[in-house]
Design a protein around this ligand. Structure first.
Ligand code: G6P
Length: 469
């Protein structure tokens, strides 16, 4: 069996007390636990001067972490710059927020080349290389230039925009040519796959051969043949279900329950990111209190939002906006013994969150655009099946493609989300149970193991022997 080499920008070394904010890290660890191999990428540290010359290696069982510290300039241009001020807003359909300049684009290409130089000596001929996310699109092409002919797959954890948006990026063709250096390119949803296929059709001389009902496609472009396919990421459903059964009795969950003194709870958990639709969500909660005043003093909204990418101006701005909104809404509706919004800029471990999810009557997940959104799945898996809460889910989260039994909302429609909250808070037990059971069937069928297995299985079969059309 081939070794798996996972490459991602962030490598979550399992240090005690350190928790990764994003779902990606949790998913990758679950994926590597069984196969063993290497997990290669940035250490998360920024150092003065040049980026680290050779990777630091840490062995944990059959898994080797190989990580590199980034120099200040590399971090600024590659991570803060092109990855998070150009690609992130672009891939989340936010053209108004993209900043474009040659310096950060060059930094992005330079760091990808530097990563490839450092990984190449660690590779064996039979390895399978699995590269993750928008930070590392050129990485496979850089390895190919160094003569690597191993099977290489890429998985995009964000949405992939339609070509009308993507073409706003100068030299967009170079980025897509680099993406085509992989053998397998995975997306969360059929919408993302369609964006990629449409780009190949409209912006290149390449061809797209669709397979299935937009589940996969054979792409021939830039002199290469590759497979593009939908693999919706998921969670460790069973583990989370059993964690939630006891986590509801943890000290923190107990404290939360006591603090509610019989009031109902709406919960939101997101990185503090403008893609998550938090101002609209706060406004929708305000709308609920305004339109359905019977909830005043009867419902609390707990929004957990750990800060993220704090050097990037748009993240500083959203943080300020949300603090102001929470203060204003609380000032408007609070009673001397009730605070409507409990807004926390910090993160919690999985166990504490599981207990909080189980306590919450409503899970409110309303991104304006999201690759998948694992919080939606985690919330459902943590419910008590005898008395489950209701998931209110944005139609623009990848998760909505699989979770039609949630209350699906348009996050831009503040009044509509307010009404959905009302419906969730008053939904009869029978309907809650039915919806929850249907969602759980999906989560049990497609969990993190089946996601990993189907991706690795598809990559194992590369290079594909496609009939010539
Ligand atoms: C999203 C991205 C991940 C990223 C995570 C946390 O989920 O798709 O690639 O790791 O956010 O963001 P950060 O910038 O802190 O790594």
């Amino acid at each position: 069996m081939s070794r798996l080499v996972v490459v991602s920008n962030r490598v979550a070394l399992m240090e005690e007390g350190k928790q990764a904010a994003g779902g990606l890290a949790v998913a990758i660890l679950a994926a590597l636990k069984k196969t063993g191999g290497i997990w290669f990428g940035w250490s998360g540290n920024v150092v003065d001067g040049e980026s680290q010359a050779e990777p630091s290696r840490t062995d944990v069982g059959r898994l080797t972490y190989a990580t590199l510290d980034l120099g200040r300039r590399d971090h600024e241009e590659y991570y803060n710059g092109f990855a998070n001020q150009t690609l992130w807003p672009l891939f989340h359909y936010r053209l108004g927020l993209i900043s474009v300049n040659r310096r950060t684009r060059e930094g992005y290409e330079r760091v990808n080349a530097y990563f490839a130089d450092r990984l190449e000596p660690l590779l064996r001929p039979d390895d399978m290389i699995w590269v993750h996310d928008y930070h590392l699109i050129p990485f496979g092409d850089e390895l190919r230039r160094r003569g690597c002919s191993q099977r290489m797959g890429f998985f995009l954890h964000t949405p992939f925009p339609p070509p009308e948006l993507l073409t706003a990026l100068p030299n967009h063709r170079d980025l897509i040519r680099e993406l085509c250096a992989y053998d397998l390119v995975g997306f969360h949803t059929a919408t993302d796959l369609r964006g990629f296929c449409d780009y190949i059709r409209t912006e290149t001389d390449g061809t797209v051969e669709q397979r299935g009902a937009y589940g996969s496609a054979v792409i021939r472009a830039f002199g290469r043949t590759l497979m593009a396919k939908v693999f919706p990421i998921s969670i460790d459903t069973e583990a989370l279900e059993s964690l939630a059964r006891t986590a509801g009795r943890s000290r923190q969950a107990e404290r939360l329950r006591e603090s509610l003194v019989g009031r109902r709870l709406i919960i939101g958990v997101d990185r503090l990111d403008y893609s998550k639709g938090l101002p609209q969500r706060f406004a929708a909660f305000e709308q609920l209190l305004e339109s359905y005043p019977e909830h005043c003093n009867r419902v609390s909204f707990l929004q957990i939002a750990p800060p993220s990418r704090e050097d990037v101006p748009e993240y500083i701005a959203i943080r300020r906006e949300l603090s102001e909104m929470a203060g204003r809404i609380n000032g408007r509706f609070a009673e001397f013994d009730w605070q409507p919004i409990r807004y926390l800029n910090r993160s919690f471990g999985q166990r504490v969150l599981a207990g909080f999810y189980r306590l919450a009557n409503v899970g409110l997940v309303t991104p304006l655009r999201d690759g998948m959104n694992l919080v939606a799945k985690e919330y459902v898996a943590c419910q008590d099946s005898d008395n489950p809460g209701v998931l209110v889910l944005s139609q623009f989260a990848g998760a909505a493609h699989e979770m039609g039994e949630a209350l699906i909302v348009n996050p831009f429609d503040i009044e509509g989300v307010g009404d959905a909250l009302q419906r969730a808070l008053t939904m009869p037990l029978g309907e809650r149970k039915e919806r929850h059971a249907a969602l759980m069937r999906t989560l049990r069928r497609n969990d993190i193991s089946s996601w990993r297995e189907s991706y690795v299985d598809a990559l194992t079969r590369a290079p594909y022997d496609f009939p010539v059309t």
